[in-house]
Design a protein around this ligand. Sequence first.
Ligand SMILES: [Zn+2]
Length: 149
Amino acid sequence: MAKETNKIGKFHFDINIPAEVLPAIKKVLLPLDWMLPGWAQHCFIHYCIDDEDGHTASADVSYEYRFIHVNLYPQWLTLDEEYRIETLVHELIHSMTMILFSYTEQTVQALTKDQELLKEAILEEMKNRHESMTQDLTWVIRGLMKQHG
Ligand SMILES: [Zn+2]
């Protein structure tokens, strides 16, 4: 059974998001609806208070079932508005790049299953390059957003 949410367009805001936090999330996220990939039918938004690693946000995708989960953490609220936007642009770009990354990761896992050191080296470099590419795209998109309002 689907979890109860407040739905606005393709965004589904978890009903457990604290009332004092929800407006801050909506303010930043709703204007980014144009960034949802064409295949995504639903984008579920969660607020996770039990993060001890200092994350600001993360994203998971289910390409097969056409939905995205975006998780926000209390650390995100400590950011100023520019970094709140940048963080969510970054996560929405992940919703596009993750499809290729996940496929490649699974392929490397399968092809190197008996070569632990090689697998670790390739996957570590892939993760670093994936993050770097996502952040570079984030800055390009933010730059274009600022130029065009
Ligand atoms: Zn990232």
